[in-house]
Write a protein that binds this ligand. Structure first.
Ligand SMILES: [Zn+2]
Length: 311
């Protein structure tokens, strides 16, 4: 096996793998974990601490919906002890999906939510909405399955993983309440969002909807659907313009990893109709953590940007 790893390292070394990934390949004492997104990576990192070496497959502003494997990724799948991914159809790039499906090392972190509380998972246009991380209270439910998977793989450090998991849940609970308090203080008639793509449904349901509101979906609209590869049609444009007009929306929120083209088209069509709409100067972080260094920082950034514009 050692010979095999050495050969892999040689191969991977030839593909200009970033130094962080090289260190992961060379890791010999810690559990090697591969995660699809940075949001999952952060949870694994916080739970695993010094005993786990985790890297995200999809880095920076790359789109997780359409990500396809690149040179060096196959080796990561081979070497990883555990692989965590989002599921609910997020990772639908063919080559990535093929490496995740039926892979005994791969765990979809949203499966327990689907099994235990399927009603909390949103279905949009007949598809699961995968953007569960946008609601901290729901993303908290991925922590225990991650803790348990690490404990099973590395029982010697089980107490550490469980203790770190509890601490993380406490931090998440606090951040969730802070987000609720800040956003619910905004008058209800102002709590409407137009974002680049449909990444903010869970966020809207948790933080922007009125308590018990059934028609909360009207509070968020996006030109590009659940996955940003989809193009905005003329029908979509008209629907958004009507939405902007009906709910007196004055600001559109761009996302850091989605082109601004659709939002600019909406702006120009809105200006032709005499609607006073502008683009928020700050990006929201939808499918990537953007400039945030942790998952909670990402959500806190979104809360601050949205509250700053709508308050
Ligand atoms: Zn998305």
């Amino acid at each position: 096996m050692r010979k095999y790893i050495a050969l892999l390292l040689l191969l991977v070394g030839c593909t200009q793998t970033p130094s962080k990934d090289m260190a992961w390949f060379q890791e010999s004492k810690k559990l090697k974990v591969l995660t699809s997104t940075a949001m999952i990576h952060d949870i694994v990192d916080q739970v695993g601490g010094e005993h786990v070496h985790s890297i995200p497959l999809i880095r920076g502003e790359l789109d997780p919906h359409s990500y396809e494997l690149v040179k060096g990724d196959d080796e990561k799948f081979m070497v990883a002890d555990l692989i965590f991914y989002n599921g609910l159809g997020l990772e639908h790039g063919l080559s990535l999906r093929q490496n995740l499906e039926h892979n005994p090392k791969a765990i979809a972190v949203t499966t327990p939510i689907l099994e235990r509380r399927s009603g909390s998972i949103l279905i949009v246009d007949g598809q699961y909405d995968p953007h569960v991380w946008m609601d901290i209270s729901l993303w908290m439910e991925t922590v225990d399955p991650i803790v348990e998977a690490l404990c099973e793989k590395d029982p010697i450090h089980a107490d550490v993983y469980r203790a770190r998991g509890s601490l993380l849940l406490e931090k998440m609970r606090k951040a969730d309440m802070e987000a609720l308090t800040r956003l619910q203080a905004i008058p209800s008639e102002k709590r409407f969002l137009v974002t680049s793509h449909d990444a903010f449904n869970y966020f809207t349901r948790r933080y922007l909807a009125d308590s018990g509101e059934k028609a909360w979906m009207k509070r968020c609209e996006a030109p590009e659907g659940l996955s940003p590869e989809a193009q905005m049609s003329v029908t979509d444009l008209i629907a958004i313009l009507n939405h902007v007009e009906n709910f007196h929306i004055t600001v559109l929120f761009p996302e850091s990893n989605v082109s601004r083209d659709s939002l600019k088209k909406i702006l120009s069509a809105a200006s032709e109709k005499g609607l006073p709409v502008r683009l928020c100067p700050h990006n929201l972080y939808g499918d990537s953590m953007g400039g945030a260094s942790s998952y909670l920082e990402m959500i806190e950034h979104n809360v601050a940007v949205i509250a700053g514009e709508l308050e």
